[in-house]
Design a protein around this ligand. Structure first.
Ligand code: CAA
Length: 379
């Protein structure tokens, strides 16, 4: 039996996220974008809703949401602002390796403390010369006594300068390629950590995106996740999980652009009638709405599989790829429906388009998603 009906609790959760996003985020979205400003106040208020550490189990102080529930929330946040949704969501991304491979003792020590306040985490995987090709990373970790000493620079890290906890990937043996990589949880106040300048981005400008540099950072051996040298698989499993959420955010941006385009096409009059009376506009709206709903169904499928404990590499890659392409196309078409006004910063349309673009690039480019899909098809 296939059932797309949300439970009453899930509908209430979505309503809570929608109200928060429309009251606390949407009114600030243009200003944060213009000033490229990260707002800790939004994190503080979001923490008060109980949703900030949404994917962390309740026993460690999180909201204990399922992947599907996290996607419902992500869509609402991104419909208000893609940049804010990205930095709130990146907290869960940074914590996911911990949830996958952290020991109960380490979770008790680091995760519980993190979840006690409006803290953000960051996922430090990408390097200047290791973007799509994760296995070629050059960050290193060497064991000395009961510590690991980490060196390396990570690039384009969401929450890079504002996180209080990093999941940091480094190789314990560069000669072993992906089989040498480990994942470490590292509190941001550990000596030896510095940040580059805030990146001046095309879109999602509210998010604090920076280089994170580790120089001789001493990390207790117990802060290494899993058995060690299994960091590549931890990273891939993390991305399998997080791509559904990122796809949900892309759906949120696309939905916001579609809703704006529908409202505008009913108001805007040309040649004596609303432009919505023209079939050319109706067909565009019909295609936009169909793609938004198809993308959402892919997101829910990927999340549902994860919630069943099943591997969802193919489905989460499909959801991420299709939702990001949908967001780009729908926001571009929405700008077109707004005509000249769509191109102006007085309206949110051009921001939707800029914010959507990053969805085709981060959490694995859409080309990488197609590689993952094909890899699973041809196994
Ligand atoms: N789950 C478990 N294991 C997996 C896996 C998965 N999803 N994917 C791969 N593996 C395993 C493979 O089975 C293989 O195992 P063995 O060694 O036992 O054979 C091993 O990992 C290596 O796999 P591949 O040979 O497929 O690895 P690859 O080097 O060819 O790379 C890739 C595969 C898909 C291209 C991968 O590197 C990738 O996903 N790249 C994109 C990186 C990415 O998404 N970066 C995003 C950064 S985060 C970000 O953007 C967030 C932000 O700040 C907003």
């Amino acid at each position: 039996m296939i059932d797309f009906t949300l439970t009453d609790e899930q509908k209430q959760l979505r309503e809570l996220a929608r109200k928060f996003a429309q009251r606390e985020i949407a009114p600030l979205a243009a200003e944060l974008d213009r000033e490229q400003r990260f707002s800790q106040a939004i994190v503080d208020r979001y923490f008060e809703t109980g949703l900030l550490h949404s994917h962390v189990p309740e026993e460690y102080g999180g909201a204990g949401l399922t992947s599907l529930e996290g996607c419902l929330v992500a869509e609402e946040l991104a419909a208000a602002c893609g940049g804010v949704a990205s930095y709130l969501g990146a907290n869960n991304l940074g914590l996911t390796p911990f949830m996958i491979a952290g020991s109960p003792e380490l979770k008790e020590e680091l995760l519980t403390r993190h979840c006690e306040g409006p803290n953000l985490a960051a996922f430090c995987l990408t390097e200047a010369e290791a973007g799509s090709d994760v296995a070629s990373m050059r960050s290193t970790a060497r064991r000395v006594g009961d510590e690991n000493i980490i060196n390396g620079t990570k690039q384009f890290i969401t929450n890079g300068g504002v996180a209080s906890l990093y999941s940091f990937f480094a190789s314990e043996n560069l000669g072993l390629g992906h089989k040498g990589i480990s994942c470490f949880m590292v509190p941001a106040k550990t000596p030896g950590i510095s940040h580059g300048k805030k990146e001046d981005k095309m879109g999602q400008r509210a998010a604090d995106t920076r280089e994170v540099c580790f120089t001789e950072v001493h990390v207790p051996a117990r802060y290494r996740l899993g058995k060690g040298m299994d960091g590549f698989k931890i990273a891939m499993q993390t991305l399998d999980e997080s791509r559904a959420g990122v796809a949900a955010a892309a759906v949120g941006i696309a939905r916001a652009a579609l809703e704006a385009a529908i409202a505008y096409s009913k108001e805007r009059k040309q040649f004596g009638q609303p432009i919505a009376a023209n079939q050319a506009i109706q067909f565009m709206l019909a295609d936009m709405a169909t793609k938004v709903e198809a993308a959402r169904l892919l997101v829910w499928q990927a999340a549902h599989l994860h919630d069943q404990g099943l591997r969802n590499s193919k489905e989460s890659a499909m959801a991420k790829c299709f939702a990001a392409d949908t967001a780009m196309q729908v926001t571009t078409d929405a700008v077109q429906i707004f005509g000249g006004y769509g191109y102006m910063k007085d309206y949110p349309l051009e921001k939707y388009m800029r914010d959507a673009k990053l969805h085709q690039i981060y959490e694995g480019t859409n080309q990488i998603q197609r590689l993952v899909i094909a890899g699973q098809l041809l196994r």
